[in-house]
Design a protein. Structure first.
Ligand SMILES: Cc1cc2nc3c(=O)[nH]c(=O)nc-3n(C[C@H](O)[C@H](O)[C@H](O)COP(=O)(O)OP(=O)(O)OC[C@H]3O[C@@H](n4cnc5c(N)ncnc54)[C@H](O)[C@@H]3O)c2cc1C
Length: 315
């Protein structure tokens, strides 16, 4: 997919920060997936802008990822460029009063857990819903990551995005199109009709509180998560979205008799049936076959279509 000229340009611009034929199993929490043609880690925001503009001009597809904790990459990998922001957009800063709370700015490559810790240390309430959610701020915004305590949508003030043509735009929360585990930025690329907008960072609206109390609450939330969820084996968290009402996806999978079901090295967890775990060197094909079995069985038994929450990408 990448011709030699493109490889030369990437190498000259990114040096040790570009890798070719890079296995995506090293960059996803499910630990599966074939190789990406190129894997690029810009170190400066200007490098990121240049890369996105260049990819678009050359018609080379790109995908921006965070920590790959909500990604299933197929076995034949990703054509084009995978871009990671964790080396260039990492800062978290407190800004002062905003329209209805204290504004904290977090760049897209910062870890969600770093933002949660920053909020606790600074005595700022609002982020504890996200305690224990792995991944980056950018990934969390794109996924509208959340728990029973809340979701990203509830604490955002605005986001800053980079459009494929190379200019940036700030979008206020009232103009953001959030849904369950989803932010749609489709309207932003109508005119260019090519390439994915990149989330560069966001302003979060938080409220003063007691750091000690926030810390205690966070510890309890983390403890409860550990009791409910499988730890120690590769997964992408809950695989399917919960139906809008009635039983959760995990309960439906359990009732369908598929808790602990395995195909190849992939298995629905005995601890939480909506976690698909990579028990023993699973391939993406194993996981996809298990997903299909779960969807077909649940549809047949309960007439409910389970939709994956995890993004499935690649070939
Ligand atoms: C053990 C475990 C527990 C989990 N628990 C939860 C939970 O409680 N709640 C929850 O909501 N999720 C949970 N998840 C899922 C996952 O952690 C979240 O969805 C997380 O927010 C994804 O962040 P990421 O950086 O890993 O994104 P990635 O998986 O890398 O990417 C997710 C999507 O966002 C896009 N994207 C990422 N960054 C950007 C950017 N800067 N600009 C544009 N697009 C971007 C990617 O292209 C992809 O489509 C869990 C996962 C694991 C492994």
């Amino acid at each position: 997919m990448l011709d030699s000229d493109s490889k030369i340009w990437l190498e000259s611009c990114f040096k040790k920060n570009v890798r070719f034929d890079e296995s995506m199993s090293s960059h996803t929490s499910l630990r599966v997936g074939g190789a990406a043609d190129a894997f690029v880690m810009p170190e400066k925001p200007e490098e990121l802008v240049e890369l996105i503009k260049w990819s678009r001009q050359r018609d080379i597809p790109y995908i921006v990822i965070g920590d790959g904790t909500n990604l299933l990459v197929k076995d034949r990998g990703i054509r084009g460029i995978v871009v990671v922001l964790t080396k260039c957009l990492k800062s978290i800063t407190k800004r002062g009063m905003g329209r209805d709370g204290i504004i904290v700015t977090a760049l897209a490559g910062a870890r969600m857990q770093a933002l949660c810790s920053f909020a606790i240390k600074n005595g700022l309430k609002g982020m504890n819903f996200a305690i224990g959610i792995p991944g980056t701020v950018g990934g969390g915004i794109m996924m509208n990551a959340g728990t029973v305590y809340g979701s990203i949508k509830g604490v955002l003030d605005s986001i800053k995005i980079l459009l494929p043509a190379g200019h940036t735009k700030i979008i206020m929360r009232e103009n953001l199109n959030f849904d369950y585990r989803k932010l749609s930025l489709k309207d932003e690329v109508k005119e260019v009709n090519q390439g994915q907008p990149v989330i560069l960072g966001a302003c979060f609206c938080l409220h003063p509180s007691d750091p000690q109390k926030l810390k205690r609450d966070a510890e309890e939330i983390l403890k409860a998560r550990k009791e409910r969820q499988p730890t120690g084996l590769p997964s992408a968290g809950c695989f399917f979205k919960n139906p809008l009402s009635g039983k959760t996806a995990g309960e439906l999978i359990d009732l369908a008799g598929l808790k602990g079901k395995s195909i190849g090295g992939a298995e629905t967890s005995l601890k939480h049936a909506n976690f698909i775990i990579n028990r023993d060197r699973a391939s993406a094909a194993d996981i996809l076959a298990l997903i299909e079995l779960v969807q077909e069985t649940v549809a047949k038994k309960f007439n409910i279509n389970l939709e994956p929450e995890v993004k499935i990408v690649g070939q």
